[in-house]
Write a new protein. Sequence first.
Length: 186
Amino acid sequence: MLDNLHAQITTCTNCSLHKLRTNAVPGEGNPKSGIVIIGEAPGHWEDVQGKPFVGRSGKLLDKTLNGVGLDRTKVFITNIVKCRPPENRRPSKDETETCSTYINQQLELMAPRVIMPLGNTAGEWLFKKYGLDWPGATKANGQSYEVSTLFGKLTILPAFHPAAILRNPNRTEDFQAVFTQLKALI
Ligand code: SF4
């Protein structure tokens, strides 16, 4: 089922972002892990390789996961929007709304116990989905939220987007601490 959905994503033309993409990026990792990490949208290298978080932000994400004994085989990594917006701009509301049909279906199929949204776009979208008010990435980083869903109890554990840590390394320890919390939830 998930494979079929990912095949649909790779050929999707539902919004104008398909016109400039090299590859759509459905996501990768272990869909049965119970943990889904969600970013905003693919960037340059993700578009080239068709994989999520493989550029500088991805290297920091990998290093931080490794720091608590996790890696890509122990989580599932994806984005709200599956094709790269030009110049890495933030996806528009329409693009996010149109593409969110896929992240919604992915979450239904994977039924995670923990979702870690990275940054404001993923955090805002996820909080709205579950009827929560998004306090902003700085306040939300490391706060744990429990919600009831059709597939059981879900913990939402937001973290800064790794790109924000690359811009502001002073927040590295706060960012790493959320992954320690994630490991403790498993
Ligand atoms: S961003 Fe999403 S909705 Fe738009 S073309 Fe890509 S997969 Fe389809």
